[in-house]
Design a protein around this ligand. Structure first.
Ligand code: BGC
Ligand code: CA
Length: 359
């Protein structure tokens, strides 16, 4: 769940926070004791650790986090954010988390480099009793059980794959030219994100399953792992084109940057529009939406960074304000918050462009 997206969410959280602050002050002056009062803080200092800030989606999510945090700032509630970029090294991230704790952060928001290796970070945080909200790169379930102050905010990878599959089904059923050689099958390739990332495998699997369940006959020509990266995707795509020439009819990319890398490859080779496959991405980053607007990308699936940032920041505030506030949060499986994805096509892209997001 995520709070409502009509601006009501923000107002609601601010009201809840204001009421919470008042309640805490009253509790303090009446009894001057108890868990809630001792946990009460009038300052939220979030330490954010990114796996790699050169990642387009996470860079945009970072901007949303700052905006959301500013929204919560009031005279009585001071907010601050310190950001670190691990540039792809788990070792570096472990050190950065230690620095963030030493700098006095009272909540950590961690975008793990290696989602299977959070133990060092969990130990550091537990020692100083600083809760952790993991985001975007989901730790495995057993690691989430290591301590009861661990949370996760993200989105359901399977849902994004299903939506990408549905976009493809719609294009294939309503745009005859997808099956360019008219053999009744769709020749496709996949560009995959990092091996081991929850969003890579599940997105591919559910997109393909959705196509099959709608009766589309598929022929997989090839796949390439491009680690979410545009330049790597361009290289992988150039290799796949050299192998299959103009046979490729559909490119399913696990994110927009890789879909754009695939388009770059065809542009580099000067393919004419009629020989191009259909490209589909996931994320709805600024460049991704722009490509949908220009009809280079047939569609994408909006990875709701605004909702994720809002959930992260609200949860962080609730964690420092203590038990009374935590009861107001809605979780799945007690400690998970998943925000919905949305399909984006040329007909709906206007609603998702910056400043205009209306779903
Ligand atoms: C996004 C990718 C991003 C990755 C990083 C995914 O959810 O779709 O664009 O590179 O997260 O962890
Ligand atoms: Ca075909």
């Amino acid at each position: 769940m995520c709070l409502k997206k009509d601006g009501g969410g923000k107002r609601t959280m601010r009201k809840i926070l204001a009421a919470g602050m008042l309640l805490c002050v009253v509790t303090q002056s009446v009894c001057g004791c108890g868990r809630q009062q001792t946990e009460m803080e009038d300052q939220l200092h979030i330490g954010v650790a990114f796996y790699n800030q050169s990642d387009t989606f996470l860079d945009e999510l970072g901007v949303c986090l700052k905006e959301q945090l500013q929204e919560l700032e009031t005279e009585d509630f001071e907010t601050m954010m310190t950001i670190r970029d691990a540039a792809g090294s788990q070792r570096t991230q472990d050190d950065q988390v230690k620095e963030l704790i030493d700098a006095g952060c009272n909540v950590l928001c961690v975008n793990l480099v290696d989602r299977a290796d959070p133990s060092e970070i969990i130990d550091l945080a537990r020692e100083k009793d600083v809760p952790i909200i993991f985001f975007n790169r989901e730790p495995v379930a057993e690691d989430m059980m290591q301590w009861d102050q661990l949370y996760y905010v993200g989105a359901d990878a399977r849902q994004s794959g299903t939506m990408q599959g549905e976009l493809a089904v719609d294009l294939i059923q309503n745009r005859e030219q997808v099956d360019r050689n008219r053999d009744g099958k769709i020749q496709y390739v996949v560009l995959e994100g990092e091996a081991g990332h929850q969003d890579a495998l599940l997105r591919t699997e559910s997109a393909v399953d959705t196509l099959k369940s709608h009766g589309i006959v598929l022929e997989k020509l090839s796949y390439g792992i491009a680690n979410w990266n545009r330049a790597q995707a361009q290289n992988r795509m150039l290799q796949m084109i050299s192998q299959h020439q103009s046979k490729i009819e559909l490119v399913l990319a696990n994110n927009d940057d890789m879909a754009l890398g695939a388009i770059d490859a065809y542009e580099k080779l000067n393919y004419t529009a009629s020989a191009l496959p259909v490209f589909l991405g996931i994320d709805g980053t600024e460049v991704g939406l722009e490509a949908v607007l220009q009809e280079k990308l047939a569609g994408t699936v909006y990875n709701d960074k605004e909702a994720q940032a809002e959930a992260i920041v609200n949860l962080a505030a609730a964690l420092v304000l203590g038990e009374g506030m935590m009861e107001k949060m809605e979780f799945e499986n007690e400690r998970y918050i998943f925000c919905s994805y949305y399909k984006v096509t040329k007909d709906t892209v206007q609603n998702f462009l910056p400043q205009k997001k209306a779903y």
